[in-house]
Design a protein around this ligand. Structure first.
Ligand code: PEP
Length: 255
């Protein structure tokens, strides 16, 4: 059985005082066991949070990495640098990176490979825009994004140490969530494509849903057969709400 997985994507939110208050709330309310929890704060706060949560079983991630290990890339950070700060995960291919920073599938594949090179676990984001969904291109878009990585970046394609996050672009930060049925349908499609690599592979890789997940809709989403947890943006900025979402995911193991 796949262990539930929930990651927080703080995006470029937070401040020193916010981090202290968040940690205080998190310690009071954090779920224990039954679920893998990853927090991806802005890089600036990563080592502080890693140190504070060292004994709490929470893992840390970054929101992006550069594909190269070093070089003249002003303002960027390498996957190895993120690892030195305490990260064990890295989000790759988030739709905001694709849209605002012109990251195409080739760039995403290179970044995916970089996280592997550094020993980080990539959280690969895939998802269609509303226009692509309306044009009947949702599945083709998502599978092309997945293939971009399965085909080129995995030195060892049977290495299950990565997470796929299905994040329909139209549901990110909009308050509009894919229905559990819509989400399950795409997760089933993703798992079927993973099955082309191998059955055991498909059954091991965690595929999580992202897009306006909150305390109220988490259960209906996480109880779907092929949804193994969530990638949570806005709602993860509230430690109490995020802890509750993690607990909901953890219950899928308990039950
Ligand atoms: C995200 O940024 O990955 C995300 C899912 O955001 P939100 O939960 O706010 O839609």
């Amino acid at each position: 059985m796949r262990r539930p997985f929930v990651a927080a994507n703080w995006k470029m939110h937070g401040a020193a005082r916010f981090v202290e208050a968040y940690l205080e709330d998190w310690r009071k309310t954090a779920p224990r066991g039954a679920v893998d929890v990853v927090i991806c704060p802005p890089l600036a706060y990563l080592d502080r949070i890693a140190a504070a949560l060292r004994d709490d079983g929470v893992l840390l991630g970054v929101q992006t990495v550069h594909a190269e290990p070093a070089g003249a890339y002003t303002g960027e950070h390498a996957a190895e640098m993120a690892r030195d700060l305490g990260a064990t995960y890295a989000i790759v291919g988030h739709s905001e990176r694709r849209r605002l920073f012109a990251e195409n599938d080739t760039v995403v594949a290179a970044k995916f490979a970089a996280t592997k090179r550094a020993g980080l676990v990539p959280i690969l984001c895939v998802g269609e825009t509303l226009a692509e969904r309306r044009a009947g291109q949702a599945e083709a878009t998502v599978l092309a994004q997945l293939d971009g990585v399965l085909g080129h970046a995995c030195a060892e394609p049977r290495d299950t140490d990565f997470v796929v996050a299905y994040e329909p672009v139209w549901a990110i930060g909009t308050g509009e969530t894919a229905t559990p049925t819509q989400a399950q349908q795409m997760h089933g499609t993703i798992r079927a494509r993973l099955g082309d690599v191998g059955d055991a592979f498909a059954q091991s890789v965690r595929v999580v849903y992202g897009g306006s997940v909150n305390v109220d809709n988490a259960e209906a989403l996480f109880t779907q057969t092929d949804i193994d947890g969530g990638l949570v943006g806005g709602a993860s900025l509230d430690a109490v709400a995020f802890a509750e979402i993690c607990r909901v995911a953890g219950r899928q193991t308990d039950s």
